[in-house]
Design a binder for this molecule. Structure first.
Ligand code: GLN
Ligand code: ZN
Length: 775
């Protein structure tokens, strides 16, 4: 038999459109500029274009139902009628506006009152991170005894829509076990897996209708297979897939997992009655041997060999060298090629980047380019490498140029990281001694007050930055504007009596981008958008080369701000782990190594700030928790290097210089010992919405250093009262020593308006004063 190519799948593609068309359509719909029909037309157009584009790039296994107006987990909840009562749905198809109410909350008909509370509105579902990606899904809510029914025919509609255009697609559904596992219930002791039996008939109904409309294969995503699963969860997988096979013996299921290896779940996965199994061979290349040895003969293996999580061009020859023997052994007709996971997590099209350095561009591949790579591999494996000689040579030349480029490799950086010694991660003296010196130097009152860094990025601030970027505002005028904003912020903080001031971060576009733009080794795209949640997209920086700091990055602004006041001003930096975590990271060095390079660059900035007279320096690490690997066995190694990198950045200063860090809302329990090991003199954390419950981890751990548990929720426009904040502080003072406690908001204030920030901070200052008086 001679085939021209192995089948090539994408598993899912970006939904946002090459030029963020989905965002514009959604925002126009939400603001009432277009109606639902126009929104659906825009979505239909995007799907049609994406199917055609995949076909044109050589993709033969084209997905449908990977598209979503907001989020595919929300789509799944709506499909099975898992709609919480507050959204007022009572059967039938779930209306579009209920869908968006679940996604974003609704303001209700009345305008909100001045305190921001809205009696008639409903809150959105909770949102959380999709595995270890920066994509956020809407968390489905489940309750005991809940029933399910078909409440959206989206998968069938989109399958038919593609078929009408001539595309025989493989529909994608989030699998039932992962769906239940990703949800939550108000009663934490409730076992959501008990809902499986009631859920399966609705899944089977969807699958039956897909089959009746002609679908031969369906892709069921069970990413939970890469997590540590309990026996009960493994049993649930056997039950669910057993029921599907029993009800629909002819329908072929491609079971996918991604973001890691199957590990201890391999036997379970291989024993499921499915026709195909997808493997992430980028994160877990080592599992291929095991799978080949154990997989039943007829099982179609989908080989995820192109990185769906990163933007580097692949080493096609190396992949072929690994796969050719596999084809030889198993035959071409039971193999498929795919990215490691859906292409949702990479930008759409590299060709839109016309300003990027041409060398760097040659080393990159976005979603469309990755489809091209898969198609080249498919041809080479079916017809031999000679059939695609030109493409392979081109890829090989790009890989070789990246490997040897001086833009990537900086001998001085390599030498410096190699010379890092353990003592460099240690402050001169332990915390109690530092505390004495710092108290002497800073002379702060009890319950010292501060803020997390940024002040409102008002329309004027953003307008000035945009004008400066376009060249409409000269550098001198822009800087003069920023100086005025900073002066006003410093003056206001002095007026209300804040103890440790901030400069306000008016000069910063984004807490990672601002630093990335000043570091060697970082690059930025113009169109490299990736969905973060709903209509919010981000453009992660690309760390392509050895990172170093050509010049001080924040010293000028921080020392200017310090010159305006006799109170301590905080220098403000983004920490190495967060700089790494929110970027696309090079794949030719271990992440720990890249992080260490960033840490060294920041270490220089920290000591330069100290030399410039800053006595307090904050190194933000909001992403420390989210960098945790998916499997617990890998946590320790990650936490060890992450903590060490933070300490390396921080430890170059004298005892009297106070190092702060900040972390946003997170489950701190799991990592409390590592937070302690950071040994920051002061940490501020987000706790107000949890009513200080998150502080429990710190209390139980007997957290020894100082800590600022956020007393005011900055995500809401509501101005908290002094009494509320006193209540929170009193609660904190019962769990910790009052001498340890700082008073600050939950997080930075850049998304708030001055009209909200001013009264809130005035109330916060009053709360601190009363706490001091009542001691
Ligand atoms: N300094 C930053 C700010 O205030 C910290 C934000 C964060 O860690 N999320 O904006
Ligand atoms: Zn924060």
């Amino acid at each position: 038999m001679s085939v021209l190519s192995l089948p090539v799948a994408t598993l899912g593609v970006p939904r946002i459109g090459p030029r963020r068309e989905l965002k514009s359509a959604l925002e126009r719909y939400w603001s009432g500029k277009i109606d639902a029909t126009a929104l659906q037309e825009a979505a239909t157009g995007l799907r049609a274009a994406s199917w055609a584009c995949q076909a044109a790039r050589g993709v033969s296994v084209i997905p449908s139902n990977d598209f979503s107006l907001y989020d595919h987990v929300l789509d799944t909840a709506v499909m099975v009628g898992a709609v919480p009562a507050i959204y007022g749905w009572s059967g039938g198809a779930v209306p579009l506006d209920s869908y968006f109410a679940m996604a974003r909350g609704s303001q209700g008909a009345e305008t909100s009152c001045s305190c921001g509370h809205d009696a008639s509105g409903v809150p959105a579902l909770e949102m959380t991170k999709w595995f270890d990606t920066n994509y956020h899904y809407m968390v489905p809510e489940f309750q005991p005894g809940q029933s399910f029914s078909l409440a959206s025919t989206k998968p069938i509609d989109e399958y038919r829509e593609a078929a009408a255009l001539g595309f025989a697609t493989r529909p994608v559904l989030l699998g039932p076990v992962s769906f239940l596992k990703l949800g939550k219930s108000h009663d934490a002791s409730f076992d959501r897996l008990t809902l499986l039996a009631g859920l399966m008939p609705t899944y089977i109904e969807v699958l039956r209708r897909l089959a009746a409309n002609g679908a031969e294969w369906v892709q069921l995503d069970e990413p939970c297979l890469v997590l540590d699963l309990s026996d009960a969860e493994r049993r649930a997988l056997r039950e669910a897939y057993g029921m599907i096979a029993y009800a629909l013996p002819k329908l072929k299921i491609m079971l996918t997992s991604y973001f890691g290896g199957l590990g201890g779940n391999l036997e379970t996965a291989l024993a499921l009655p499915v026709a195909g199994l997808h493997l992430d061979l980028v994160r877990a290349p080592e599992q291929l041997g095991d799978v080949l040895a154990k997989a039943p003969r007829g099982l179609v293996l989908s080989l995820g060999v192109i990185d769906g999580r990163n933007i580097w061009r692949a080493d096609l020859d190396a992949i072929l060298t690994r796969l050719e023997p596999v084809v030889g052994r198993r035959g071409a007709d039971h193999l498929e090629l795919a990215p490691s996971c859906s292409l949702l997590h990479v930008p759409v099209d590299l060709e839109l980047e016309t300003d990027i350095d041409p060398d760097l561009k040659r080393w990159l591949a976005f979603a469309l380019q990755k489809m091209g790579e898969l198609s080249v591999l498919g041809k080479a494996l079916a017809q031999g490498r000679g059939a695609v000689r030109g493409e392979l040579d081109d890829a090989a030349a790009a890989i070789a140029s990246r490997r040897s480029s001086t833009k990537v490799h900086d001998a001085a950086v390599a030498a410096r990281t190699a010379a890092v010694e353990p003592w460099m991660s240690w402050r001169a003296n332990p915390y109690p001694e530092r505390q004495t010196v710092q108290r002497e130097a800073l002379k702060l009152p009890q319950f010292p007050t501060t803020t997390i860094g940024s002040f409102p990025q008002t329309a004027e601030v953003r307008k000035a930055r945009a004008a400066f970027a376009k060249g409409e505002l000269g550098e001198d005028d822009y800087n003069a504007f920023l100086r005025r904003e900073t002066e006003a912020a410093v003056k206001w903080q002095e007026d209300i009596g804040i103890d440790v001031l901030v400069h306000g971060e008016f000069e910063r576009n984004d807490m990672v981008q601002y630093f990335g733009e000043q570091l060697a080794g970082y690059a930025f795209t113009k169109h490299g958008w990736v969905q973060s949640y709903g209509s919010r997209y981000v453009r992660p920086p690309i760390i392509f080369g050895d990172v170093s700091r050509p010049a001080p990055m924040t010293v000028a602004w921080s020392s200017f701000a310090q010159s305006l006041t006799s109170r301590p001003m905080k220098g403000m930096l983004t920490g190495p782990v967060t700089m790494l975590q929110w970027s696309f990271v090079r794949d030719d060095l271990p992440r720990a190594e890249v992080c260490r390079q960033i840490a060294l660059a920041l270490r220089d900035e920290v000591t330069d700030l100290e030399a410039a007279g800053l006595k307090v320096i904050q190194i933000d690490e909001p992403a420390l928790r989210e960098g945790l690997p998916l499997r617990r066995a890998e946590w320790r190694a990650y936490l060890d290097w992450a903590v060490d990198c933070f300490r390396l950045a921080a430890a170059g200063v004298r005892d009297g210089t106070q190092i702060h860090t900040h972390m946003c809302y997170a489950e701190f329990n799991d990592i409390i010992d590592s937070i302690g090991a950071l040994d920051a003199d002061v940490i501020s954390i987000e706790t107000s919405r949890s009513k200080m419950e998150l502080l429990e981890a710190f209390a139980l751990y007997h957290y020894p250093n100082e800590i600022g548990p956020g007393v005011y929720d900055i995500h809401s426009p509501r101005v908290p009262t002094t009494a509320e904040m006193i209540e929170l502080l009193t609660k904190a003072a019962r769990r910790l020593s009052p001498d340890q406690i700082w008073v600050n908001p939950d997080c930075g204030l850049k998304t708030r308006r001055w009209e909200e920030v001013r009264p809130a901070l005035v109330n916060m200052m009053e709360a601190a004063r009363q706490m001091r008086a009542n001691r």
